[in-house]
Write a protein of this length. Sequence first.
Length: 371
Amino acid sequence: MRDSRLQKLAANLAGYSVKVQPGDNVLIEMIGSERELLKCLIEEVARLGGNPFVEIEDRSVLRTLLNCANEEQLATWASYDLERMKQMQGYIGIRAGENVNELADVPADKMKMYDRIHRHPVHMEQRVKKTKWVVLRYPNSSMAQLANMSTEAFEDFYFDVCNLDYAKMDRAMDPLQQLMSRTDKVRIVAPDTDLTFSIKGIGAQKCSGERNIPDGEVYSCPVRDSVNGTIAYNTPSVYNGFTYENIKFTFKNGKIIEATANDTDRINALLDSDDGARHIGEFSLGFNPYILHPMKDTLFDEKIAGSLHFTPGQAYEVTDNGNRSSIHWDLVLIQRPEYGGGEVYFDDVLIRKDGLFVIPELEGLNPDSLK
């Protein structure tokens, strides 16, 4: 018998997130071996009158493929994946790999080539900009291990997070979106962090289950040359299979002029992928009430209650500062007291302290209000 929570999740993904309409072509991409949610999604898309298509990827096979890749092969691969994506009105990406570090030993030049030739045009340019899309993780023993939980406990946590009342959260986001849209100067303060920048004229976007599951953030983007100061992230991050820790950036006039981490040479090589990689493409405040601790999974970590993320790389067109890059790397700073605390100021007014919103119009986004 199927878990009813799966069927609810599939209905939310197809109906609420992607808003499948009769005749829509919807690509369901599965990374990993999970099949029940995949089957629920096929049935739900079809029930709504859409046409489901399926792609199943094995990361260990992708590792071998990338190790053997050349530019001509990647260009051919990208051309047919791009053509398929152009025929899709919707996209649902399910990430359920068994090993988040599967691509860790793929040579950096191969990963950069893959990002530039395949992932950027197919996903960042076509899928993100021109389809109705949502991406989610699916619970498995690997994810439970990253979260330091038993598999059963993690599954319960997962469905609490992913089947949250996102319509209620969406309404509570309105005051923050409006405030961010009229804000000029932002200041971020935390241990080893004092950062200033402007978001004037950029606008703000709500994320309430229509693009990511789990969700719970409102994002904007710094004016490209306005960022100055230092930020020390306190959350580890996996990028292209490698776990970066203790990341610290210093900015001057929008550009990362100094970067350190547990592998300083490696992070600087990544930031040298292109000119845009050393500039910021997103600033966001996270507030999912059920996500409290990092688990080296960006889709969860960037939504942590009392967190923010400050993202080197590509800007989204909806909050565009003009920055273009083959990367988009959401790096997270948690400001709750147990992680060192911190403050967020908009135009010199304190709006969040130690992870809790402190002005009345934003208190609806604090955990007790959202659960």
